[in-house]
Design a protein around this ligand. Sequence first.
Ligand code: G3P
Ligand code: CA
Length: 289
Amino acid sequence: MQRLPIILALFLFIAACGVSEISMKPFPVEEPIIIAHRGASAYTPEHTILAYEAAKEAAATYIEIDLQMTKDGVLVAMHDEKVDRTTDGTGFVKEYTLDELKQLNAGKWFNQTFPDLANKQFESLEVPTLEEIFLYFGDEVNYYIEMKSPGIYNAMEEKLLALLKQYNLIQVNEGLPRVIIESFNEDSLTKVYQLEPRLTLIKLYSFNEEEAALSVQEYNRLRSYASGIGVNLNSVTTDFIQEVQQNGLQIHLYTIENEVEMKKALNLKSNGIFINNPDLGIRIKDEFD
Ligand code: G3P
Ligand code: CA
């Protein structure tokens, strides 16, 4: 008779401590989540606050952020290991201190490369740190964060987890994880899993065209730490998508660049879609039967 209040107290204590592993994953979705790839990178300079703002405006389910790390150990949003393509500088991010990186311009390249989409506002953009992104958006968006090249950086995983905890982002938002972590690097993902098993993890793959395949052993290993996989669109078939889902994993497809690819991704019935133009993705998804 006296056990009931104890059990109830225990349940309330666990609930008060935060989000349980069970409630974080898996996260069943009725329709695919829309992941704004590098922000709304189709029409704003990728991985800038404006690109993420545009993705939020478009009501993307997640903003995607690729992570690199500066010489002085600060996590910053950038896809490439080098600054050459998306700033006016040259060389590796890891050879820049944050102060030095902040001197670079992260938007002029876009105006030069895409004159039809050029915007004066882009000329004053800088490379944001992950912390600046969290401070700017807080819990107004969901974050889909890729650990890029974690092998070349020291303690990228620990630094990421520390920031997620500092900004209280290990939580559920309307049935979805506030944060999803993705990587091509399995060692890095399993390290995150060991440090914080509540987080939702996605293992990335890049397969040859129409050659996506996983063995029974790989499915078993994936299920031990991940909630799903991210795979290039041109490699998958409907059978593969179904096989992944029947193996208890979600599958997210990258990277959709136009209407034709979006319709293909919807027909494949994946659980998530990385898209450079989230407005387009959401419109087509809403129109889709
Ligand atoms: O993260 C999924 C997809 O973004 C991988 O491609 O090269 O754009 O990071 P990439
Ligand atoms: Ca990425």
